[in-house]
Design a protein around this ligand. Structure first.
Ligand SMILES: [Zn+2]
Ligand SMILES: [Zn+2]
Length: 328
């Protein structure tokens, strides 16, 4: 099969023919139709995350059709459409797994990071971590639901019942989260790179009450700020924008260092927290929400062989919505 492979030596993927994977016990063999391109993939190939599998097929927003079943599978059949997310395995034994926090598992497997992912024509995945997908979305539209949507949803959930939600970095995750937040009756304030007027316009189209640069003050103090851009300097900026008792939630896996800031920004019970990975319960809850709520998923599709171009466009902020690789 064709696969775009990260060999660990350079931040460019190699277009290779590799053997088809074979499904082991509990695994689905999946013919991939689409795979989203996430900022985490950039962090992996740019060497910002420790110990990726080598060689690695990146990609953790996989949509495909079940082509064959390993032994012991329940809940999936050949021909089913299926989604494969970032959390590809958990141990089930550690104190995190045993307390409903499998996203923090001590011995996890992550799709497209420590396990091969979806920048390929086929993959295998542990069926227990796969999802059925809402029918209202095409394969390309469904792909970004699997991380941008899901992790975005977990990030928003951390904000509790905050009414005024600021979103920093208006990319794939933000464009979905903004719609969910609007649907829940919250007010959305979108922060983009200074001068990124196309992104600001896009945010307003999706229902943002206000959109501006991350160096600007919103017209009202925020109850929560969600940060999806990987710039640590946004943490003190967001703390300045949240009201007393407000929360700053960091939705990404990696950020540049956070500059020091005066304690007065944190004082008055403001909080800064991060979101790590997802649980299967998050996935089920979000897919149910995405089924019931018509989300407008904006994508930029690229053929699989052009994965490097998609990654560069994401790196350069030259995208509106989510980049998605297509295999057919
Ligand atoms: Zn992701
Ligand atoms: Zn565990």
């Amino acid at each position: 099969m064709r696969a775009m492979v990260f060999d660990g030596s350079t931040p460019v993927l190699q277009d290779l023919q590799v053997p088809d994977p074979q499904p082991g016990a509990g695994q689905l063999l999946i013919d991939i139709h689409a795979c989203g391109v996430c900022r985490t993939d950039l962090h992996v190939i740019d060497g910002e995350l420790a110990h990726p599998k080598r060689a690695l097929i990146p990609g953790h927003e996989i949509v495909g059709i079940v082509a064959a079943l390993g032994t012991g599978i329940t809940g999936f059949a050949v021909g089913d459409r299926v989604g494969v997310p970032w959390t590809g395995h958990t141990c089930g034994q550690c104190r995190y797994c045993q307390s409903g926090r499998e996203n923090l598992c001590d011995a996890p497997g992550f799709t497209g990071y420590t396990l091969d992912g979806g920048y390929a024509e086929r993959t295998v995945a542990d069926s227990r971590y796969c999802f059925h997908l809402p029918q209202r979305y095409s394969d390309v539209e469904a792909a970004p639901l699997l991380c941008a949507g899901l992790i975005g949803y977990r990030t928003l959930a951390m904000a509790g019942d905050a009414q005024r939600i600021g979103i920093y970095g208006f990319g794939a995750a933000a464009h979905i989260v903004a719609q969910v937040a609007r649907h829940q009756g919250r007010d959305v304030y979108a922060f983009t790179r200074p001068g990124a007027t196309a992104s600001q316009q896009f945010a307003r189209q999706l229902g943002a009450r206000w959109a501006g640069g991350s160096d600007e003050n919103p017209p009202a103090a925020l109850d929560a700020a969600l940060i999806f851009a990987p710039a640590g300097s946004l943490i003190p900026a967001a703390l300045r924008a949240v009201a007393k008792g407000g929360i700053v939630v960091c939705g990404g896996i990696h950020m540049s260092d956070i500059p020091s800031f005066p304690y007065s920004l944190l004082w008055e019970e403001r909080r800064v927290v991060s979101v790590a990975n997802l649980t299967r319960a998050d996935g089920q809850a979000f897919m149910k929400l995405a089924e019931a709520t018509p989300l407008q998923i904006t994508t930029s599709p690229y053929p699989l062989a052009e994965a490097n171009r998609a990654l560069n466009d994401l790196r350069n902020g030259a995208l509106v919505g989510a980049a998605v690789l297509t295999m057919r």
